[in-house]
Ligand binder design. Structure first.
Ligand code: AMP
Length: 422
């Protein structure tokens, strides 16, 4: 596989897929983390004497031109951060002349790829149940190849630096790679870092390995839990899934989030842990309330908040965080770890009354990292937690990929990476 460090971009035009799907406020970039994440790759091309054609998606315009998702809004910010003027082409399929005119050091940003349905390659305006759907899908796949070929025609080489979309087989993330030979396609620096981080928790594991899985439901995490079962030494399952386990073990859970159809699955997970000699940790107590407003993520006036055993939640109350005893158990389980993976909060951390469980986990991870552990934090909400607690610089790696990271940890091969690795 070609490596960006071994490639000399002098005199070459590089088309780079980045993830510039940044949040905007009043038409201005509200958070530039994603743009900054791609800078090392972009700067390497320019420093070598190459030119750049940058492409990205923004939002979900579903194959339509939608002004609020125009990448034209971020030109100034990209230009400022890159330290070079950026030219903008308002149709990603009509940049032939601008691309041909590029000189070393020039930078071109293409309009939102998803203004064309071909980018995602899904037929629009036809239901999956429609008998004509399969034919429409086939036709769209052909169109997607043509779309990708046009993008590829702008450049001498292709770089994928968008980990956030690496789990999608889209035109710019995977199909385009078919139009470059192995020597002229590569992962960008951000992608390389993400791949290395995933490798440390899946293959090159330093033990003990502790994984903390939280969030709202067991059903969305089961693929990962299964894959981790053969890899981790300790597994902490927290957040909303606590209550599916509590009910499966004969407890009462009040109005807590509980997947009634996953009770057997919860028991199977417990068995799996035993079989694989994995120490499984579930909350023994939890913080409950009888009046929580999920729309505003706050307690309703007059709400009662108390700590009860996780399997004895009174009627009318719901568990929204791990209790004090559980927090200590979780922190102790994280202590001494040499590899840590955290995905999903231990409670409704968006509300200050229910952050303590997630905070205890975050602090324990920071502490273990200080003692030499490699810690990977991934999935939007755990990243939000780490940022909320001001601990971002005290963990080893914060992944930029939500869905992509989860699929990678499930053990799936990501199309964006496969397209380059072959
Ligand atoms: P996920 O996207 O599955 O990782 O879930 C993240 C969400 O789970 C966050 O918005 C949390 O507020 C929510 N969550 C965590 N614990 C609970 C709980 N006990 N009950 C309901 N939601 C929860």
């Amino acid at each position: 596989m070609q490596l960006i460090d071994n490639y000399n971009f002098a005199g070459k035009k590089a088309i780079v897929r980045v993830d510039f799907n940044v949040p905007l406020k009043d038409g201005k970039v509200a958070d530039d983390t994603r743009i900054k994440g791609a800078l090392p790759t972009l700067k390497k091309v320019l420093a070598d004497g190459g030119s750049l054609i940058i492409m990205s998606h923004m939002g979900k315009p579903k194959g339509q031109v939608v002004a609020k998702f125009s990448l034209g809004q971020i030109v100034d910010e990209v230009s400022k951060l890159l330290g070079s003027p950026v030219k903008f082409v308002n149709d990603c399929q009509k940049a032939q002349a601008e691309a041909a005119a590029l000189k070393p050091g020039d930078v071109l940003l293409l309009e939102n790829l998803r203004f064309y349905a071909e980018e995602e390659g899904k037929p629009v305006g036809i239901d999956k149940e429609d008998p004509a759907y399969e034919a429409a899908k086939k036709e769209m796949k052909e169109k997607q190849k043509e779309f990708s070929k046009v993008l590829a025609s702008y450049a001498d080489c292709y770089i994928n630096d968008a980990f956030g979309t690496a789990h999608r087989k889209h035109a710019s993330t995977a199909v385009i790679a078919d139009y470059f030979d192995a020597d002229n396609k590569m992962l960008g620096y951000l992608m390389e870092k993400e791949v290395a981080a995933v490798d440390k928790v899946l293959n090159n594991i330093n033990r003990p390995f502790v994984a903390i899985m939280g969030g709202s439901k067991v059903s969305t995490k089961i693929g990962i839990i299964e894959n981790l079962m053969t890899k981790v030494d300790r597994l902490i399952l927290c957040g909303g899934m606590t209550y599916t386990f509590a009910k499966a073990n004969g407890g009462t859970v009040g109005t807590s989030i509980c997947e009634e159809d996953k009770l057997d699955l919860a028991l199977e997970i417990q068995e799996m842990a035993k079989k694989n000699n994995v120490e499984l940790y579930l909350a023994v107590d939890c913080v409950v309330t009888n009046a929580f407003d999920f729309d505003n993520m706050s307690l309703k006036p007059g709400a009662e908040v108390k700590i009860v055993p996780a399997t004895e939640i009174p009627d009318g109350f719901e568990g929204l965080d791990a209790g004090v005893k559980s927090q200590k158990i979780f922190a102790d389980a994280i202590k001494g770890a040499k590899t840590i993976l955290w995905n999903g909060p231990a409670g409704v951390f968006e509300c200050d009354d229910f952050t303590a469980g997630s905070k205890a986990i975050a602090n324990a991870i920071a502490e273990a990292t200080k003692e030499g552990a490699f810690s990977l934090i991934g999935g939007g909400d755990s990243v939000a937690c780490i940022n909320k607690f001001g601990l971002a610089d005290q963990v080893s790696y914060i992944s930029t990929g939500g869905g992509a990271l989860l699929e990678a940890i499930e053990g799936k091969e990501l199309p964006g990476i496969k397209a380059i690795k072959g």
